[in-house]
Design a protein around this ligand. Structure first.
Ligand SMILES: Cc1cc2nc3c(=O)[nH]c(=O)nc-3n(C[C@H](O)[C@H](O)[C@H](O)COP(=O)(O)OP(=O)(O)OC[C@H]3O[C@@H](n4cnc5c(N)ncnc54)[C@H](O)[C@@H]3O)c2cc1C
Length: 395
């Protein structure tokens, strides 16, 4: 069955094309050069100070990388998910924090507005988010509803000219730095998941404030925050999509978002592998480079093979998205596999560095800390298996 799915997207004249085209290769090279020049020298400084890299995000905006997947009419770069994955992969190879910031901004916040927003909302918000003028955040998770997102408690009560929001979101990427936020709230408790609706919130709205800034294991230059709503009035124009469609729209948004977490995973895995390969050729023990030892060679061989397999799954999901196909199954497969491969690669990366893998002078320890989010964010591995199984069993 899976083979058929690959063929339905990529087959042309009986062959499968596994290569990026010239323009995609050029994009990959440009993003790598930018990341190595502008991001790499700052990675540990940002990590240790938990410094949000706002100026670098503005530079990414100028390069079109804060709006890769949106059409030029909304100031986007007019590219697709294959290019988006390529960019997130290359950014995360150097710094996963940048990867997750761009991912939450693009495929969660901006894409939700792009997918179901009115023309006025798209002109007003997507156009400014896609250039990086605005930073975006997307709030679904609450203190008591994570995997079970449909059990959200935050309320939006209907008033004459709008809505009044009350409640708290938690673990929201970019929460403190976002100019625009999309949040999901209960508009009709009796209707369960059909009673959730999405809203657009501007940062200075009365009654809204970012709350606790989380102190994290990894991805420390990214911001993860509470969002607090206390009698926060929103005009009726700020309803995003149809009333009651917030949950189903959020699930559609996550189909794209999970591809970006697969890309974040790929980048971190590739960074860990590249660092381990380099170190294994330099480090000598018993009179040999450690890369001469079969035990190290097998680790490198497994890492390279599994990263390749993860990249193929991720690119399949991205290509299908670009072809306008439904990708619930393929996005979850890519996210599950890539994130678990990445955790394994980051672990082996530290092992290949020996004691130096535990020391902050080498990049291995940061990949090891950053990578764990990949099996948790946008649905844990357990939830991805649940989504995959449901898709398999419904046919
Ligand atoms: C750094 C970071 C950034 C984040 N960014 C965002 C963001 O921008 N926006 C946003 O909305 N959220 C965000 N999140 C939240 C994230 O999506 C949730 O943490 C995640 O979905 C898991 O929810 P939870 O933490 O409540 O864990 P829980 O749902 O409480 O899960 C705890 C454990 O139980 C397991 N479990 C739960 N239900 C089942 C089940 N039915 N079957 C089997 N196992 C199950 C889980 O897999 C997990 O192992 C972020 C989280 C982090 C850490």
């Amino acid at each position: 069955m899976n083979g058929e799915r690959v063929c339905s997207v990529c087959a042309s004249g009986g062959s499968l094309d596994f290569q990026l085209n010239d323009e995609q290769q050029h994009l990959k090279k440009s993003v790598r050069q930018f990341a190595e020049r502008e991001i790499a020298p700052n990675v540990m400084k940002w990590d240790e100070a938990c410094e949000f890299p706002l100026a670098t995000l503005k530079e990414l905006g100028k390069l079109g990388l804060m709006g890769t997947i949106f059409p030029p009419e909304y100031c986007g770069a007019g590219m697709g998910y294959v290019e988006y994955v390529t960019a997130i992969d290359e950014l995360s190879r150097v710094d996963g924090s940048i990867g997750i910031i761009v991912a939450a901004h693009t495929s969660l916040c901006t894409n939700h507005i792009f997918l179901v927003g009115t023309e006025a909302q798209k002109k007003n918000y997507v156009s400014r988010l896609a250039t990086g003028e605005f930073i975006g955040a997307w709030g679904l998770t609450e203190p008591s509803s994570g995997s079970d997102a449909g059990s959200a408690r935050m309320t939006a009560a209907r008033k004459k000219d709008g809505w009044v929001l009350n409640g708290t979101k938690t673990f929201i990427t970019n929460g403190h730095y976002a100019d625009v936020l999309v949040v999901i709230a209960v508009t009709d408790r009796a209707a369960h998941t059909h009673g959730l609706s999405a809203f657009i919130v501007e940062k200075d709205t009365k009654g809204f404030r970012p709350g606790k800034k989380e102190n994290k294991l990894g991805l420390r230059a990214s911001d993860t925050s509470e969002l607090i709503f206390e009698d926060c009035f929103l005009p009726k124009e700020n309803l995003l999509g149809k009333e009651g469609d917030g949950f189903s729209d959020a699930m559609q948004v996550l189909d794209g978002g999970r591809i970006s977490i697969a890309a974040l995973s790929l980048g971190i895995a590739q960074g860990a592998y590249d660092a381990a390969l380099k170190y294994s050729k330099q480090r000598k023990q018993f009179g040999h480079a450690i890369s001469d030892f079969q035990a190290i060679q097998w680790k490198l061989a497994d890492m390279a093979t599994e990263i390749d397999a993860a990249r193929l799954l991720t690119m399949r999901a991205a290509s299908m998205k670009d072809a306008g196909m439904k990708t619930t199954l393929e996005s979850s497969m890519a996210k599950l596999f890539a994130s678990e491969v990445a955790v394994k690669c980051a672990d082996e990366g530290v092992q290949i560095h020996g004691g130096y893998g535990f020391i902050k002078d080498y990049p291995a320890e940061k990949f090891y800390r950053d990578v764990k989010l990949c099996t948790i964010g946008e649905g844990t591995s357990e939830i991805q298996r649940l989504v995959i199984a449901r898709q398999l069993l419904k046919d």
